[in-house]
Design a protein around this ligand. Sequence first.
Ligand code: IWH
Length: 679
Amino acid sequence: MPVDRIKSLRKQLELLNHQYHVLDAPTVPDREYDRLMQELIALETDYPNLITKDSPSQKVGGKPIDSFRQVKHSIAMLSLDNAFEDQQIIDFIGRVANRLELNEQQVLDLKFCAEPKLDGVAVSLRYENGILMQGASRGDGINGEDITHNVRTIANIPLKLLSENPPEVFEVRGEVLIPHRGFEQMNERARLKDEKVFVNPRNAAAGSIRQLDPTIAAARPLRFYAYGLGEFSGIELPGSHFERLIKLSEFGFNTSPGTEQVTGVAGCLAYYQLIQQRRDNLEYDIDGVVFKVDELLKQQQLGFVSRAPRWAIARKFPAQEELTTLLDVEFQVGRTGAITPVARLEPVFVGGVTVSNATLHNADEIERLDVRIGDTVIIRRAGDVIPKVVSVVLARRPDSASKIVFPTECPVCRSEVHRQIDEAVTRCTAGLYCAAQRVEALKHFASRKAMDVDGLGDKIVEQLVAENIISNAADLFTLDKARLISLERMAEKSADNLLQALDESKKTTFARFIYALGIREVGEATALSLTQHFGSLANLTHATLEELIDVDDVGPIVANHILEFFNSEHNIDVVKQLIQVGINFVESEPAANQQTLPLSGQSWVVTGTLDKMTRQQVKEQLQSFGAKVAGSVSKKTTVLVAGTNAGSKLTKATNLNIKIMTEDELVNFFKNIKDGELE
Ligand code: IWH
């Protein structure tokens, strides 16, 4: 009977949807899911009167609606009081304790449900007898808009509660958001089609659910995380908010990952710190954490002040975006001659620090932003990344705002600049004749992952070049104490230390030496591949294009950069001088012992926070055993090393069934290799 088959297909698809979209743990291949879905759609096409609202086939988004209907929330959607400092959390708990007349011990034992505060748009979902009947935006908290047609398309919102015996009425409140990765992808697509890009995931989520046409929301990577309940009837629920959230996940919803029960002031403050540390590794934006008195009886006793509950508070993170004024734009010349526009800003406190510079990337970016000097701009600083200009507030553009003129000659050496047709970067063409490029090349040469010369700071390099004391890397090793002491702010002790550091840096590895040369696009990994492949400096400097392309990771572009580098007489001369002044490293037979290394042919990825070794140490150790160390997880990954707070890479590796190692396991693994116990 088609009815029975349809019912059975729906049941299977509901379960698979839940496993895939909510639990993030699919149990069948996508093709199998698709086959079942096609079968259901075919049957529903033949028997249209059997189509129901809650059929899994109905998630794709139907016809546009004409206009938004107003919805009155049967129970108001509240707003939360905000706290911006620890003291405000202490005060909040003090007020709660007073109202509840708690004694000291009871305050220490008071339980809170603590949740990362998701930075999305609040919505309410109404289920009647287990079927999704209505989705509404928060609106002003009393009246919202009917967005049922859009919420139905959100992959991890169940059209039907996961329950044999669903409650009569069940309203679920939560946050709709777009994860970072999905946001980048949708903006990339929009850019390709010359459509409007969104400034941040929150705006994109808000814009998506405020559409009349549900196929738009269906095409956007929206997700829903439940944080509470509205009206409900025909069900007994636990007396703890935390346990109610568990109930919500049993009904088929995601809740904010990282939600915990914490105790007392100490528990709340520690939780805030913990989530703040995790923030940069999350797959979506959060703007703080929320603390709710966990016991519902106590919540009822506490009640409300105007629109906000007395039993909850949001502890906000420092804002990651702020408004400020663009004072000027300067153009910096990098190691490879790339000219980068840098925004000089009216200093502004954002993301926990004062920012007075931000990158504008390149000429295209300036054009895309249509930014002018004098404009009010939005600056974003997330985690430890370089602050950037996100957008311009056109409404505040002063009449005096002036266009940014990209330089037509190098701002440092006045040589010609050049921009290749297919490249976004403009470069100074003078190479090492340009003082800026010389300074950057020397900084790179001495940097930690290159020759690791301790104590050769940026300021010293700049002085040495400005005063024409050195012109290339080999000159560093001919510096004497008298010369160094003559520099500004260089004491005798620092001069001694620097000379010793230079001496110590001479003993290095072949790969570090090649990396230190600063050949364009030859990073650490490529330098290592090159040295392993060619074995000796002589082989490498004489390599042909064909031989270079043979190396793993080296394509025609990189190969050409390498050829160009070693074709320059000046470069060869510096390399020779470096060897003459005593730089030494072990060369090996070309491509020798590569096959016999224990991890040859393997690709490893390291993520999360490590305690016992630095990431660099892990990387070098793995490479010394012949493994490649990649930055992202793919099908080709052999092992993922996951430290604490590992985020999306861990999820991806789990989904791809890739072997995962903890740091302890890794340390043990290294020990076994060294002991020669590897099977
Ligand atoms: C063709 N997916 O949305 C196709 N494996 O249980 C079908 C389905 C999916 C993709 C491509 C990416 C994604 C998979 C499952 C369940 C729901 C779902 C599954």
